[in-house]
Design a protein around this ligand. Structure first.
Ligand SMILES: [Zn+2]
Length: 183
């Protein structure tokens, strides 16, 4: 019994000694360990970027550095968001990422094409991009130019006009414009 324990102890000491020798003699071993620790730290420190990356991967969008940065700003906190290319551009600049407005705009188009976002047009020209993919109405705040979700359960559309011959309805956008009461 004693002999077995003694052997076990020696084996443990041998392992520890062997490992320290291995660490000293083989820097790549340490690098691998370091990479593992660093990856773990990134996971702990930046769960928002992780969420952004997961969001891209669910639609098979190639996760470039810029796309991850934008995705993190869009869905990193787990909430849905309505942005314009300009507002997202301002946010990404604040975050210290170097991206052009054209790239932001093109990336939003890529996200829409991949089914990650939908575009809502107000006034026929102003584009908002929404991470909420469910069909829902919007409030458009005329003074601030902000677009927010309106409660879908309170909307009832009982009838739509017949589309012209040879056409079908692609989608129905409901944008309710808001302004402060005048009285
Ligand atoms: Zn929305």
């Amino acid at each position: 019994m004693r002999t077995t324990q003694g052997r076990t102890i020696w084996r443990l000491i041998g392992c520890a000694f062997g490992n320290s020798l291995k660490k000293g003699a083989d820097p790549p071993y340490i690098d691998v360990q370091y990479e593992r620790v660093r990856a773990k730290m990134t996971e702990i420190i930046d769960p928002q970027a992780q969420r952004g990356e997961a969001w891209l991967s669910k639609a098979d969008v190639r996760p470039t550095r810029q796309r991850i940065a934008l995705a993190t700003l869009l869905v990193g906190d787990g909430y849905d968001r309505h942005v314009t290319a300009e507002s997202l551009f301002a946010a990404v600049c604040d975050a210290g990422e170097k991206v052009s407005l054209a790239t932001v705009y093109n990336t939003l188009r890529v996200f829409c094409a991949a089914g990650l976002m939908q575009e809502v047009t107000v006034d026929g020209s102003r584009s908002y991009f929404d991470t909420n993919m469910a069909e829902h109405p919007h409030f458009f705040w005329e003074k601030s130019g902000e677009l927010t979700d309106a409660p879908a359960t309170e909307l009832e559309i009982t009838r739509l006009p017949e589309p012209p011959a040879g056409m079908e309805i692609a989608s129905v956008d409901v944008v309710i414009r808001l302004r402060a009461k005048s009285n």
